[in-house]
Design a protein around this ligand. Structure first.
Ligand SMILES: [Zn+2]
Ligand SMILES: [Zn+2]
Length: 177
């Protein structure tokens, strides 16, 4: 769905739409959409800027950062965004474009695609690290076993891991003599 400034100049647009999994490009391989993304929003033109506000909901499949198991996350988000026309910035010398200012978004040409807006909002709503549960024990660094599911025997015969490099040094010592 394309939000066209010329159309928005004449009326507000009310949006009620479902995006099936696979129809939004998230530019990320870190997660998968597993349910339709349901969006309700309103788009309007204010002083030449596109304002789009509303709410969306979907479910995503991600990977636990500790144990690499699949995690399903419910994503619901309210948003209220302003997009300024790129052209107005180029013309107006007095506005200095600060690239670090992430609150300012722009559209080029006649408008913007709702799908791009939503894909970005989904990315922004995700935590940096997803963990399946707060007490996830992760994988054993020695044998790779998922410690949530089974115990491994590494711990019983491993010495303090901080001392391991020292122990190795000691082992090598006679060989180097
Ligand atoms: Zn986990
Ligand atoms: Zn182990």
């Amino acid at each position: 769905m394309f939000l066209d400034v010329h159309e928005l100049a004449t009326r507000k647009i009310r949006i009620r739409k479902d995006y099936a999994p696979g129809t939004l490009d998230f530019h990320s391989g870190d997660f998968q959409q597993i349910e339709p993304l349901d969006v309700r929003a309103t788009a309007e033109l204010i002083d030449g800027q596109i304002r789009i506000f509303g709410t969306f909901h979907t479910r995503l499949e991600l990977t636990c950062a500790r144990c690499l198991e699949t995690v399903v996350e419910e994503v619901s988000k309210d948003f209220d965004l302003i997009y300024r026309p790129m052209a107005s910035i180029r013309k107006d010398e007095e506005i200095r474009l600060n690239l670090d200012d992430t609150d300012v978004a722009f559209f080029e040409g006649d408008g913007l695609f709702l799908a791009d807006v939503l894909a970005e909002q989904v990315n922004l709503s995700l935590p940096m690290k997803v963990i399946c549960r707060s007490d996830c024990r992760g994988l054993c660094p020695h044998c790779g076993v998922n410690l949530n599911q089974e115990e491994c025997r590494c711990e019983s015969h491993a010495s303090d891991p901080r001392m391991a490099p020292l122990a190795r040094l000691k082992q090598d010592w006679p060989k180097k003599q």
